[in-house]
Design a protein around this ligand. Sequence first.
Ligand SMILES: *Cc1c(COP(=O)(O)O)cnc(C)c1O
Length: 423
Amino acid sequence: MQFENNLAFAQQLDTADPLKNFRNDFIIPEKEGKQQIYFLGNSLGLQPKFANEYIRRIMQDWASLGVESFLHATEPWMNYHDLLVKPLSTIVGALPHEVVVMNQLTVNLHLMLVSFYRPSQKRFKIICEAKAFPSDQYMFETHVKHHNYDPDESIIEVAPRQGEHILRTEDIVSVIDKHGEETALVLFSGINYYTGQFFDIPAITQAANRNGAMTGFDLAHAAGNVELQLHNWDIDFACWCSYKYLNAGPGAIGGVFIHEKHHDKNLPRFAGWWGYDQLTRFKMEKGFKAMPGAEGWQLSTPAMFLYAAHRASLEIAEKAGWENINQKRKLLTAYLWFVLDEVNKFQKNPIIEFITPRNENEHGCQVSMNMLQRGKEIYNALMDEGFFVDWREPSVIRLAPVPLYNTFEEVWRFGDTLKGILE
Ligand SMILES: *Cc1c(COP(=O)(O)O)cnc(C)c1O
């Protein structure tokens, strides 16, 4: 499509957008009665209007039926988890019994490492990206120490080449091949939180598989953002949070994928009663017997309020259609890149260096811009103009237009405002 950098054209794209009405299912932040332009869905997705209602129903059941709600509420709490797993498994490309909704991201990563990081004298290394999200770094470090290995020797970080910002797949693969026989686990993010780079998950997984290592992915910035095929890609496990692109609210309940090939192996794990075989759970007997599938990793009584909030967001995605959401995402981000290029092009000295890879298959919603001059000042001016974007020291502005609630007009306005600020 031939894009144009003007308001009328952007509005035309909005008019033609089959998903345009889903914006009304979210509460858009306002200031003095004016809707703000929210490009921070990569940090905390907006609130679905229906979240309130679903949480209210749990409150209501609790009030009128107490604990009987587990079996006798209109929507029994005992089965509420099933309402989440179906739409979620579509989004991450998994079979429903490979997905479980529980805990939060960092906790789930730790639980998965208990099962999938089983170091031996010969195979003890973890391969990951340099500058992984801090939680991931601390997780690697503490698991390695827990098994009495030395983090400096055991954690192999793949860094960008000198003068580059993003990782080349060939470099990741060659590090995996180099350390292959000593590698117990390869764990990358799906999309790097800082650069917005969408890694080549199938290539990383194939390299790990042929070297006999386990593969896990932290999909915090990928789940609900880009198309994933976790089952077909044959990865061993993945974890994600649900408050970013899945719009399930602050501290939302996390998600985990465990490939079905591991379900019947009785893998070591840290267990709790909610992961115990459902049919005999309430006999309260000694000796842990796992539920079949990913649910066998659950620990605790379900967090009903968190389930309820998550359900609201998943229903919107289900109604909109995951394929349609992805189509709009691609068009919306392509328009953003076009508009930003138009801004950059007319500066005497280019002011934006794009860190995020430009290729459509290597990014999701997010664009990370390294500001070559006056970064903080530009960020502050954008915030003053009603744009929610994100600042990372020393000079990076991140923004993420989200297909379910952002518009082409907002993207155009962003470019227009940025141009004004630079002038
Ligand atoms: C957001 C994010 C987290 C946050 O973990 P929580 O346990 O939800 O606080 C972890 N890892 C990555 C890669 C993230 O982007």
